[in-house]
Design a protein around this ligand. Structure first.
Ligand SMILES: *Cc1c(COP(=O)(O)O)cnc(C)c1O
Length: 469
């Protein structure tokens, strides 16, 4: 399968090429040249498979010619072996038609592990075969970074440097990154917002000599392989609830739009997804877009769901490309104007196409706490703030037909956000045993202002290649 850039100026690549490149040279994001599509009978044949097997088969559709099915099976088996639940991504029923799809049973207790545990192995496999090394540079609002570090720690061919906004992640999130003292891991706290971190990462990738020198690679949700590795759990849930015969809806607490894009992809692949509900906190750019075609950037404000404290949802560009009928020139021009003017000029027809499927929902911190309390009271379910936004969104925007189940992406374990959960319910969710001593472990990180030159110097100084001389 070949992959194209949404901006049309980069050469097409195969799966291995887009895995290693992350962002395309023209600033665009890679997408499959055409979506693989399965017939209802082919989907039915996948029902009941263990998660690692389903993941290998679906990833094979995207990676086919570069990775044989047997190799992928080995990787998905290893990637999900350390998860704390035999279903890997279990469904928990919350009311007559709403289900939580728990994506937080991996090593860092958030959904990022679902893709990242596989991505670390994909990188390692491909690099070993090519005899190459890379430096992974990433920006995180909390969960991506720890998941990437867990996936890459101690791997021979990879150095990893993760930027996080100083003081804007939860303590659990920070400690999950900064207490990994492996030789190939460095953490940098940037004095600024998540968007500042993301801009620095984009600037490093835009600095061609630096990018070459360091052999930079991305694990942000802009990397296509990450989106691809998130597709299987939506298929897993839909099949378990009766698809392809029975339609489903998904409600996804959303930041960079990567997770909900994967839910959109299973629809392109032939599963009956009736609607996609996009949950936000007070950083509600996507909700404003869906309500009134108002995709305009405002300042990022901190909230109880920090992994969604984002204004510019980088993966939205992939949907935009599709909404514009895969017109790369129009996509590039729209993104250029968005960057220059802070407002994305989406043509009315494209916007209507989006609102036919996507429903936006934004919730305040008070509303989020009330929803966490409500779930505990009515269902005895402890939800983290991100998941609670998803369940509130699901109640507001559930399809009229009650026969259509709504699957909420439960994106973090409640113990990852214990303060919010305790404020809402009076109960402090304990960390699972494997993380019980997190607060006692030694931390290591540096702090820098949001400036490109010192950040690049830091990356240079913290790769093993350079320390070895
Ligand atoms: C990353 C994250 C999100 C947002 O996911 P996107 O793919 O960026 O939309 C939501 N909830 C949690 C807990 C996360 O870690």
């Amino acid at each position: 399968m070949r992959y194209l850039s949404t901006r049309g100026q980069a050469a097409p690549r195969d799966f291995e090429g887009v895995l290693l490149a992350g962002l395309a040279e023209d600033g665009g994001l890679f997408l499959p040249e055409s979506w693989p599509s399965l017939s209802p009978a082919e989907w039915r044949a996948l029902r009941g498979l263990p998660y690692p097997e389903l993941a290998a088969r679906l990833m094979h559709l995207f990676a086919g010619e570069t990775l044989p099915l047997g190799t992928l099976r080995g990787m998905t088996g290893a990637a999900y072996a350390g998860f704390g639940h035999p279903a890997i991504a279990p469904l928990v029923q919350l009311d007559h038609r709403t289900f939580a799809l728990e994506l937080f049973h991996g090593p860092t207790l958030a959904f990022k592990d679902m893709a990242m545990q596989l991505l670390g192995r994909l990188f390692d496999h491909v690099l070993a075969r090519r005899g190459e090394r890379i430096t992974i540079v990433g920006a995180t609002s909390g969960d991506t970074g720890s998941a990437a570090i867990e996936a890459c720690r101690d791997r021979a061919a990879i150095d990893i440097v993760i930027l996080h906004p100083e003081g804007r992640t939860s303590e659990v999130q920070r400690r999950q990154m900064t207490t990994v003292l492996s030789d190939n891991v460095a953490n940098l706290a940037v004095q600024g917002s998540f968007d500042d971190c993301q801009d620095l990462v984009k600037a490093m990738f835009g600095d061609a000599p630096f990018r070459e020198e360091m052999r930079l690679a991305a694990v942000n949700s802009i990397n296509w392989a990450r989106v691809a590795a998130q597709i299987p759990y939506y298929a897993y849930a839909a099949l378990a609830l009766g698809a392809p015969e029975r339609p489903v809806a998904f409600s996804v607490p959303t930041g960079n739009f990567g997770n909900v894009l994967a839910a959109w992809a299973v629809r392109e692949m032939g599963l009956p997804v009736e609607r996609l509900i996009v949950g936000s906190n007070r950083n509600d750019i996507l909700t404003r877009f869906l309500a009134a075609n108002d995709m305009s950037v405002k300042g990022v404000e901190p909230s109880l769901s920090p992994s969604m404290d984002i204004q510019v949802s980088s993966n939205f560009e992939r949907l935009l490309f599709e909404l514009l009928g895969r017109d790369a020139a129009a996509t590039a021009e729209t993104m250029r104007r968005f960057r220059a003017e802070g407002r994305m000029p989406v043509p009315d027809a494209a916007w209507k196409r989006a609102t036919g499927l996507f429903h936006g929902f934004a919730l305040s911190d008070e509303g989020t706490l009330a929803e966490i309390r409500r779930l505990q009271e009515v269902a005895g379910y402890l939800a983290d703030p991100h998941t609670a936004i998803g369940t509130a969104a699901a109640r507001t925007h559930a399809p009229e037909d009650p026969g259509i189940p709504v699957v909420v992406a439960a994106t973090a374990h409640p113990a990852k956000f214990p303060d919010a959960v305790e404020r809402a319910t009076g109960m402090r969710p304990p960390l699972p045993p494997r993380l019980a001593d997190l607060y006692e472990r030694e931390e290591r990180y540096s702090v820098l202002r949001a400036d490109l030159a010192p950040v690049e110097d830091f990356v240079r100084a913290h790769t093993r290649r350079n320390r070895a001389g």
